[in-house]
Design a binder for this molecule. Structure first.
Ligand code: NZQ
Ligand code: ZN
Length: 383
């Protein structure tokens, strides 16, 4: 196991009705003027936004609202948010929604206390300082509620890139599994896929003797394998929703990724798909992961065979990858580039953006270092 520091100071408040505590939590973390940031309207339609606003009003907190975050959140709204924060003297940002609303909130939080262009953070500058962010999560998926990461798409060039830093880890996150019951089945399945991807990205390691984190990841993967189909069959299964929601958070706080190298090639390869085709991140991952895993399997077949046996109950590396692919299809996920709207003739563009976009040197590295030729073959394998 490698040396590590683990610091994950987010306060998680979990369970039914917890969104009504938003106002009290903001006050406890020193907020007085709040930006409530949300997506395309699901939180308006479900009545959640009204409940959250009532909880702020009960604590005499001032707020302004900014909705309209799109899935695969864009830089344009971040600039708008930064301007709004500065003009209104906002000192706390509350994201109400999924990974997109949370990531856009984090970008605004970092950008509004930075003199330069917020995009600098998405080109590698670590985020050390930001306004405090809290979240009310409505979809178990991205894990942004417990992560120090944010992913934004720059409209010029449609580059989708991530930024990281302790400054943007949420101060608190409210996790009420009931709020996820209004999700369309497809979005639920995208969330399940993303959670499993965050586990696999950590499982694919070159570090030795990482038994504790291997076992934690396997436990979470088994949970997802068992609970996922239950919520697809019955969207109102609270207990299954609850298990998935906490698994999603644990999958990405990095508690099961410490002390080991990690992969993230599938995420990087997928981000080009959701940037170009505006597909859901989870759906893109469902197509990407089996193609990547098959391509890199020989690098450490024993590792793939281990997860195959322990999680999927099959013997070989290849059977494990196939079992995972079949599982994803069974919950309603796509398995080919075409289903995402992708075309073979786009592959050179995807590869160019992936390997050279925003200052990359022609390769992406993780479990295995991949060059242009490798990435071309992987995208072709998705056809
Ligand atoms: O926009 P609204 O109207 O709210 O609708 C959303 C959106 O259309 C809908 N939705 C969310 N909760 C709902 C609901 N509909 C009905 N009932 C509810 N309770 O679902 C759609 C997807 O929402 P979004 O926030 O985009 O989903 P997700 O949480 O999967 O976030 C995806 C984004 O997170 C990034 C992805 O790349 C993508 O841009 N990621 C962020 C990470 C991080 N910050 O740590 C890590 C991840 O790997 C990922 O890359
Ligand atoms: Zn992800």
């Amino acid at each position: 196991m490698e040396n590590f520091t683990f610091y994950s100071p987010t306060k998680f408040v979990f369970g039914k009705g917890t969104e009504n505590e938003a106002g009290k939590l903001i006050k406890a973390f020193g907020g007085s003027r709040v930006l409530i940031h949300y997506g395309g309207g699901s939180v308006v339609r479900s009545g959640l936004l009204d409940r959250v606003k009532a909880s702020l009003e009960a604590e005499d907190l001032d707020y302004v609202e900014l909705g309209g975050v799109k899935p695969n959140p864009r830089s344009g709204l971040v600039y708008e948010g930064i301007d709004l924060v500065r003009r209104n003297g906002i000192d706390f940002i509350l994201a109400v929604g999924g990974g997109s609303a949370i990531d856009s909130s984090k970008a605004i939080a970092a950008g509004s206390v930075y003199e330069g262009d917020f995009w600098d953070f998405y080109c590698g500058k670590p985020i050390l300082k930001a306004l405090p962010v809290g979240t009310v999560l409505t979809i178990a998926a991205a894990g942004s509620e417990g992560s120090g990461d944010s992913v934004i798409t720059k409209e010029e060039g449609m580059f989708k890139r991530g930024a990281s830093g302790e400054g943007i880890r949420p101060r608190f996150s409210i996790l009420n599994p009931e709020l996820t019951e209004t999700l369309p089945p497809y979005q639920t399945a995208c969330g399940i896929t993303d959670i499993m991807a965050h586990l696999y990205e950590r499982y694919l390691t070159n570090s030795k003797d990482v038994e504790v984190t291997d076992r934690l990841i396997e436990a979470l993967l088994i949970t997802m394998k068992n609970e996922g189909p239950k919520v697809i069959a019955d969207p109102n299964n609270y207990e299954a929703r609850a298990n998935i929601m906490w698994a999603g958070t644990m999958a990405h706080t990095n508690s099961c990724g410490v002390g080991r190298s990690q992969d993230w090639n599938s995420h990087n390869i997928e981000h080009e798909l959701s940037a170009l085709y505006d597909c859901a991140h989870g759906a893109g991952l469902a197509v990407t992961m089996p193609a990547v895993f098959k391509y890199v399997m020989k690098h450490d077949e024993a590792r793939f065979a281990q997860v195959a046996k322990r999680v999927w109950g099959v013997d070989t590396a290849e059977e494990g990858i196939e079992a995972f692919r079949s599982f994803l299809i069974s919950i309603g996920m796509p398995s080919t580039l075409g289903e995402l709207g992708g075309k073979e003739e786009d592959i050179p563009t995807l590869v160019k953006n992936l390997c050279y976009g925003d200052g990359r040197d022609g390769t992406i590295s993780g479990f295995v270092t991949l060059n242009e030729d490798d990435c071309t073959k992987i995208y072709k394998n998705m056809i």
